[in-house]
Design a protein around this ligand. Sequence first.
Ligand code: UD1
Ligand code: CA
Length: 460
Amino acid sequence: MTDKSTPIAVVVLAAGQGTRMRSDIPKVLQPMAGQPLLAHVLDLATQLNAAKTVVVYGHGGDLVREHFPAPELGWALQAEQLGTGHAVQQAMPQIEDDARVLVLCGDVPLLTSASVQRLIDDTAVTSVGVLTVAMDDPTGYGRIVRDANGRVVKIVEQKDGSPEELAVREINSGVFVVPSKQLCGWLDALQPQNAQGEYYLTDIVGLAVADGVSVEGIQADGFEEIMGINDRVQLAAAERVYQRRAVDVLMRAGARVADPARVDIRGQVTTGRDVFIDVNAVFVGDVTLGDRVQIGPNCVVTDSTIGDDTVVLANCVLESASVGAACNIGPYARLRPGSDLSERAKVGNFVEIKKSHIGVGSKVNHLTYIGDATIGADVNVGAGTITCNYDGANKHQTVIGDGAFIGSGVELVAPVNIGSGATIGAGSTITKPAPDDVLTLERARQTSIKNWQRPVKKPK
Ligand code: UD1
Ligand code: CA
């Protein structure tokens, strides 16, 4: 039975030092899928529509705070780590008495909103709920102790349990939902009389039962969800779980993936129908792939949109690029920020594009640099042509009209305009406007020198 009007206040425990990471970066800032662990937990709080979120921080806390500047986020300093109960206590002054407090851990990034929502929904507003999971090897975790009727009566830590208690396979995930006002009272009553000399949050279960408040043990969907990250081995394992989930979402949306274990998603990817993603693709930030887009092996695509039927061949790097429909990219092409390709454009091998528009059907096929340029429709840019867009201090524009043909090895010294239908002879260095529809070339006259002697090495 739930009362939807009761606000949820989230307390995230993130004061742990994370010594086992052997890192100068606080544990909750270690990245999973390109985002700090804590960001994943805060995302969950957002998905649950939490009325308030307070992060309990300690070691390296200023660095953590700087990473999450959102003004609505609450911060509570736990200067000394006296235990999980003490940690929650630090947050309570910022939480309303009428809320339900949801306790999450900053180093448990794989928890799903489905499991937590079930914990919230299946626990009465006036009861305590704890998310549990049954494990083959529960060593190290707190055990859920139930009475003969199956009611949760207490949680016992590994270091404090009797052999019978330690035989229990149902463990405490560390995720609780508790009525705020009573939680304050129970936290005040905690005593550090245990093997670790700590104020255990888990002891509120026994206190609640003693006060006649029922405690629900709600099962999480799987063990992976409650996996805590303490070292880099666990961090890598969590990354794989995250990635497999993210790739499964793409496949369910209609993408074909050559190998689900060789796609990494560090952000949000939206795919159309019949997309194909070959091995070793890395997607970063917001990426949208239209229908039937093909991504070749070893491509990195960051914050880009790719239109329907576009083929990206092997080893391309795209960043903040907008690619129209039915384009051909690569292999070995680099689209830098501000690359804007209209439909049917072709960008071939060893071509770099930056802050430039490439018009409909235009081709830039080989070994070329195009920067700060506007290229019209049906333009052909020959091999080895470059825009000389930078004078050491300023960037300048190159404009190429529709239907122009730029020969191979041309230097377009910006600012410069090439007229529509213009032809530029190979090897030219163009510094002045080239008129529409005529051939412009700039080339020294070729000479051959008779009787010229090639230098020879002196014999040793
Ligand atoms: C805790 C639970 C245990 C549960 C396990 C699940 C207690 C007493 N035990 O054990 O029942 O099975 O989590 O992973 O709660 N933290 C602080 N301040 C502190 C102490 C801890 O912020 O003073 C934070 C840690 O950074 C971490 C979380 O609380 O994010 C859990 O603390 P940890 O020391 O890992 O608890 P466990 O011994 O694993
Ligand atoms: Ca832990």
